[in-house]
Design a protein around this ligand. Structure first.
Ligand code: MN
Length: 132
């Protein structure tokens, strides 16, 4: 796994993920930005970025191949250079494809009373059906 940004440590939020992921914080000031690296097949659980105002998340895809899906919608294939805007309050997940590692920068859009609600995992019987 080679990237322009450091891979960092094993993700401290791993209990909310399936598979191996790494997190390196690039910025903790002004705007919070993390570099998230997913091994092939790794993905986060369904989750919601909450905020009273503002908030949400922007993903900048930097390497590999992955998926983004909002609840009730078709999964979206991701490649380097893609940008995903995730509105606050929207249930979603993101992660690698099963045969490719995947890396994105995750930008926390500043807001009031921001938090993340971690929900159910994206189970193999669904995830393994995903194809381009
Ligand atoms: Mn998210």
């Amino acid at each position: 796994m080679k990237d322009v940004f450091p891979i960092g440590e094993v993700n401290p939020y791993s209990k909310y993920f399936i598979g191996t992921t790494y997190l390196h914080m690039l910025s903790n000031d002004m705007v919070v930005i993390g570099n998230v690296t997913f091994a092939a097949g790794a993905r986060n659980n369904w989750h919601i970025h909450n905020a009273q105002s503002g908030g949400g998340q922007i993903l900048l895809v930097t390497s590999g191949a992955g998926w983004y899906q909002e609840w009730g919608k078709t999964p979206q294939s991701l490649k380097p250079g893609d940008v995903v805007h995730i509105c606050p309050g929207v249930k979603h997940w993101h992660g690698a494809k099963k045969d490719s590692e995947f890396t994105h920068l995750a930008i926390e859009v500043p807001g009031e009373n921001v938090s993340t609600s971690w929900l159910e995992p994206v189970l193999d019987d669904f995830y393994n059906t995903l194809t381009d």
